[in-house]
Design a protein around this ligand. Structure first.
Ligand code: HSE
Length: 439
């Protein structure tokens, strides 16, 4: 580890910029262990110096002159989080010409001007990374570009606009109006500055353009994408589709057909049993089919301050590792620098906490249920569900199923020991752990 920081210049401190500052500050130690050097924000540009922000800006210089950021002699990496494609293009090209590496979350910039920007970066010998431009916190670009590099990609189909998916989900599940849900998406910072980009499919088309280039090795050609939005979608069709066993999702689809490509964004019926049909709210998911790997599904938060910051910071870390100079292995084998790996105690199973499913096979006689619930009550284990079916004809034993609240495994083991000692319990208790995996 060296103490010499990698220095960042940020363009924009809105939702994603503020989230990026917060993640970099909160996880500074962990990130430095991964990179081998600390990361420091040197300067950030904003439109209005006095506007309220979601992050603490006391430790770096704030300016309303973005050109100062891209020309700053100390800045190693320019992080473009201002959005838009006019000024952003100018600034990113200036940064590249000044020999700075660039990280951007700007899908419109990449989709519309990526060909020009990447050519300039290649000439200047710098990198421009853009993981956060597609599907927020999901590492879909890295997955396709690196993880699936051995495949021919046969299909990319994704829910890649969180705002649109949030609107469709709320309309279907709660019968809310389009306008009402859109206003909430704007308040939550999911929507684009111009929300017609979300609801008319333009944002999804920007992202699909990028995915298609990465998947098929074609230039970025936003204007070739067929685009239909969700603003014309009627609730009645959502209902009919549901009756027929389908969900309607706003999908971006890129598919090679012979030597050609289909690139399209539109509302799509998907059988409700498909995993992707059950991706709701602001979540995104991208299905990628490779000839070797088959179907893969990549799922996660597609918008919002910190999920997007997660991908921005990952790009900053990638570039910083390269700048930190370990060119033989820019990505450390175990993700952290070898001298920063620290052992941690691993808990024993008795220290786990979980909810539990217990199946107890008992004689069907009076008092058994009461004895069981007394054991749980005495140990302070709370039950959230109990089920017992009638015994089969001619049988005198039944299975009683308990689902507990989250509790300590040691308590459950104690309960199981006591239960297995009961006279009317016929065999070992079946214990399965229950994880709701919700946020
Ligand atoms: N407006 C975009 C969305 C933000 O809702 O998905 C993330 O790109």
């Amino acid at each position: 580890m060296s103490d010499l920081p990698i220095k960042l210049g940020l363009l924009g401190l809105g939702t994603v910029g503020g989230g990026t500052v917060n993640v970099l500050r909160r996880n500074a130690d962990e990130i430095a262990r991964r990179v081998g050097r600390p990361i420091e924000i040197k300067i950030a540009s904003v439109r209005e110096l006095s506007a309220p922000r979601i992050c603490d800006c006391s430790e770096f210089e704030l300016t309303d002159q973005p050109k100062q950021v891209v020309a700053h002699p100390d800045v190693d990496i320019v992080v473009e989080l201002m959005g838009g494609e006019g000024l952003a293009r100018e600034l990113v090209l200036a940064a590249v010409h000044n020999g700075k590496h660039v990280v951007t979350a700007n899908k419109a910039l990449v989709a519309l001007h990526g060909n020009e920007i990447f050519a300039a970066a290649q000439n200047a010998g710098v990198s421009v990374l853009f993981e956060a431009a597609v599907a927020g916190g999901i590492n879909i670009i890295k997955s396709i570009r690196e993880g699936m590099a051995g495949n021919q990609i046969e299909l990319v189909a994704g829910i890649i606009n969180g705002t649109g998916n949030f609107i469709l989900t709320e309309m279907r599940d709660k019968g809310r109006t389009f306008e009402d849900v859109l206003a909430e998406a704007q308040a939550l910072g999911y929507a684009e500055a111009d929300p017609t980009f979300d609801v008319e499919g333009i944002d999804a088309a920007h992202k699909l353009t990028i995915l298609a280039s990465i998947a098929f090795g074609v230039p970025l050609e936003f204007d070739k994408v067929y685009t239909e939005g969700i603003s014309e979608l009627e609730l009645v069709d959502v209902g009919y589709a549901g009756d027929l066993g389908y969900r309607i999702k706003h999908l971006g689809i890129a598919r090679p057909v012979a030597d050609e490509l289909e690139l399209r964004v539109h509302p799509t019926l998907i059988p409700e049993k498909r995993l992707i049909a059950n991706v709701d709210g602001v979540m995104n998911a991208v299905l990628v089919r490779g000839d070797a790997v088959g179907n893969t599904l990549h799922y996660g938060a597609g918008a919002g301050a910190e999920p997007t910051a997660s991908a921005v910071v990952a790009d900053i870390v990638d570039l910083s590792r390269a700048l930190a100079g370990n060119s033989a292995a820019p990505v450390p084998h175990l993700a952290f620098q070898a001298d920063a790996i620290r052992a941690r105690r691993v808990r024993t199973s008795e220290e786990f906490t979980s909810a539990y499913y217990l199946r107890i096979d008992v004689n069907d006689v009076p008092g058994v249920m009461s004895e069981l619930t007394t054991i749980f009550a005495d140990l302070g284990v709370s039950i959230v569900a109990i089920t017992q079916k009638e015994p089969a004809r001619g049988q005198h034993h039944v299975s009683v199923i308990f689902i507990t609240q989250r509790t300590n495994e040691a308590l459950i083991s104690k309960a199981i020991n006591q239960i297995e000692d009961m006279q009317d319990v016929l065999k070992s208790v079946t214990r399965l752990r229950v994880e709701h995996l919700d946020s």
